[in-house]
Design a protein around this ligand. Structure first.
Ligand code: ADP
Length: 220
């Protein structure tokens, strides 16, 4: 039985969360809920949320907790698509968000929180070379580009450098990770939910490690 999981993925920017969360969501047949992707879509569409978030994001800052909690609460509760579970990517990012998530999920708590562990020196190099589809958010890099120029293999969208993958914004995002998000590792460990998984190696190797760690927790 492989269907279903309720999980959060933690990890530094560039640790490979996006790539791995897509693989995990396909494996367990649950939605991949990425708050970064949701915000970027809102910015592209020019919604009220997008207008509030655009500048904060390109600057590498964090969108306020109350706004983020509202978005996630609506997405998890809203339309029945999360009945079997979800892979949550990019949320929670602060202790306040983690407390709110515990409330939101109190009826059906998380199975596991994974810390996808990659050292800062490695993620700095990965982020500099990262390219993403500005339509479906697929990840590429200068060393692993799409097949045909900078056209997305999945959807034909433009593959570009993210606006917040500039050196100054990268520095700010990593600093915010250390001060706001890294404390969640201990927070979830105290609650018995944490699995640390080494994020070095090929994408397939990392997926195998993740599946073993997650399967050991599911339904337990
Ligand atoms: P990264 O982890 O590389 O910063 P994401 O795609 O997860 O990329 O997020 C991009 C940006 O969206 C963040 O830098 C932040 O401004 C905003 N964001 C996403 N999720 C959250 C969140 N849970 N809380 C606050 N801001 C968020």
């Amino acid at each position: 039985m492989t269907l279903g999981v309720r999980m959060v993925m933690l990890g530094r920017q560039g640790a490979g969360k996006g790539t791995q969360c897509v693989r995990l969501s396909r494996h367990y047949v649950v939605p991949h809920i990425s708050t970064g992707d949701m915000l970027r879509a809102a910015v592209r569409e020019g919604t009220e949320l997008g207008l509030k978030a655009a500048e904060i994001m390109s600057d590498g800052g964090l969108v306020p907790d109350d706004l983020m909690i509202g978005i996630v609460e609506e997405r998890l509760g809203g339309n029945g698509t999360t009945a079997r579970g979800y892979v949550l990517d990019g949320f929670p990012r602060t202790v306040g968000q983690a407390e709110a998530l515990a409330e939101i999920t109190s009826a059906r708590p998380l199975d596991v929180v994974v810390d996808l562990d990659v050292a800062k020196a490695v993620v700095l190099e990965r982020l500099a070379g990262r390219r993403v589809c500005d339509d479906c958010a697929a990840n590429y890099s200068v060393v692993a580009p799409p097949k045909y120029g900078w056209v997305c293999d999945n959807c034909g969208g433009d593959v570009v450098q993210r606006e917040d993958d500039t050196p100054a914004a990268i520095e700010k995002r990593l600093a915010a990770y250390e001060s706001e998000t890294a404390p969640l590792i201990a927070w979830y460990e105290q609650r018995g939910l944490l699995e640390v998984v080494d994020g070095l190696g090929t994408a397939a190797e990392v997926t195998d490690r993740l599946l073993s760690a997650i399967d050991a927790r599911r339904g337990s």
